[in-house]
Design a protein around this ligand. Structure first.
Ligand SMILES: Cc1cc2nc3c(=O)[nH]c(=O)nc-3n(C[C@H](O)[C@H](O)[C@H](O)COP(=O)(O)OP(=O)(O)OC[C@H]3O[C@@H](n4cnc5c(N)ncnc54)[C@H](O)[C@@H]3O)c2cc1C
Length: 392
């Protein structure tokens, strides 16, 4: 049970790193507590096609989305129409499985139904205690990658920082939802989804309906989507196939690597606080994490000093977007419904909607902020409390 690299978590980030490292001939252990990769799905599966520049899994696309209908607390609708494919909806379970399959094809060893119970640093590297379905085993490795999601034990064991904030989510897969398959629907408001938003995403044969909230019970607000408000009119005849709860961590961690250890994906808070999207940014970081692991293996240097380059590199690639997203989220979560209505009123004009359609980018959503402020400087007043706190 000696490996060069052990990865805890066979979500997309863990499997992608496992694939890249095993492809180069190193011995990789991929440890996943669930018996089946990809299950349960805790994701709406909405990503930009840019994801396929990193992992070519287009066959897992179940729908193409060209825009969004965004509803204010009182039901004012803004239509953002990109006219062509702006985003795709993934079969997330299949997506995760396909990436893991690549890793196994390239020689990684999978431990499914196996929970990593503890990890300690030894003279030789890291020693993990893993409960497999039939026995307790010890796995030794030179590098440990924690791709173990929001409740990252790896971060806990090795005293790496944790999330600044989280949003809790609840999502269901439904049939018989009355909506245009080309557009996602987004609903905002403090009585709808406090501190975040709810969504209806057409996903091929089914529709994903869900939300995340920063305050209160996600389940409570999820039920409300069917009973009242703008969302309810689309869900009148719907029937539920499955549902799932989850959470997304946000923050810009000051450290994601220490001696022999790196964390990636949700374990490292690499999702965007603007949209909750973590797949693309996590994959970017996962590639950089694997690149560093490969360099470290070649150099036979697993010190924090060496592995720190991973932290620097992912911060360079996605740090700016995550940081801006955190500011935008801080502004957004403190808005009262009346202020949201005022913002919708300012945005509800043809020129601005065209601008959003043209310049809006789900991968880097914060970019649109500066264009909007230029076009409509009145929007700045909503950011004042956060700007003031920044200067303080
Ligand atoms: C409701 C909801 C909707 C979302 N919608 C979107 C969206 O539309 N688009 C988007 O881009 N992102 C979305 N996200 C975010 C996205 O799902 C995550 O950012 C992404 O899944 C993170 O992947 P990961 O590989 O880091 O972690 P995960 O996918 O969480 O994988 C971690 C894995 O580690 C395993 N694990 C944990 N601890 C152990 C252990 N001790 N031993 C063994 N295995 C362990 C877990 O079983 C799990 O399989 C959503 C999230 C939620 C909650």
């Amino acid at each position: 049970m000696d490996f060069d690299v052990a990865i805890i978590g066979a979500g997309p980030m863990g499997s992608f790193a496992a694939d890249m490292i095993s492809k180069k001939g190193w011995r990789v252990a991929l440890i996943e507590e669930h018996r089946k990769i990809g299950i349960p799905v805790q994701c709406a599966g909405l990503v930009t096609p840019r994801v396929f520049e990193l992992v070519d899994k287009k066959l897992t696309v179940v729908n193409r989305i060209r825009g969004a209908e965004i509803y204010s607390p009182r039901g004012r609708e803004l239509l953002i129409d990109g006219k062509e494919t702006e985003a795709v909806v993934l079969d997330r379970a299949a997506f995760d499985r396909e990436i893991a399959k690549d890793a196994l094809f390239h020689g990684a060893t999978s431990f499914l139904g196996s929970t990593a119970l503890s990890g300690v640093r030894t003279k030789k590297g890291i020693e993990l205690s893993v409960q497999t379905p039939d026995k307790l085993i010890t796995i030794n490795c030179k590098i440990l990658i924690g791709a173990d999601g929001i409740r990252s034990n790896v971060a806990k064991w090795f005293k790496l920082p944790r999330a600044e904030s989280i949003v809790r989510g609840f999502e269901a897969e439904l049939v018989e939802v009355d909506c245009d398959p080309r557009f996602a629907k987004i609903f905002v408001g403090n009585h709808v989804a406090p501190g975040f938003f709810s969504w209806i995403i057409p996903s091929g044969e089914t529709t994903r309906v869900g939300l995340c909230v920063e305050r209160g019970s996600a389940y409570h607000y999820f039920n409300k989507m069917f009973q009242s408000g703008e969302s309810s009119r689309f869900l009148k005849n719907s029937r539920t196939i499955s549902f799932v709860a989850g959470a997304i961590p946000f923050g810009l961690l000051r450290k994601t690597a220490s001696d022999n250890v790196m964390i990636v994906g949700d374990a490292a808070c690499q999702a965007k606080a603007t949209t909750g999207g973590g797949v693309y940014t996590g994959l970017v970081a996962s590639k950089l994490c694997a690149d560093t692991a490969l360099l470290a293996l070649e150099a036979d240097d697993f010190s924090q000093r060496f592995l720190k380059r991973y932290h620097r590199n992912w911060k360079k690639a996605i740090g700016k977007e995550l940081k801006r997203g955190l500011y935008a989220h801080k502004i957004y979560r403190d808005l009262i419904d009346e202020q949201m209505e005022q913002i919708f009123e300012l945005l509800d004009n043809e020129e601005i909607l065209d601008l959003v359609s043209e310049k809006g980018d789900m991968t880097f959503p914060s970019n649109i902020g500066k264009h909007l402020l230029k076009k409509e400087p009145k929007l700045l007043k909503f950011a004042t409390p956060v700007l003031k706190s920044l200067f303080r």
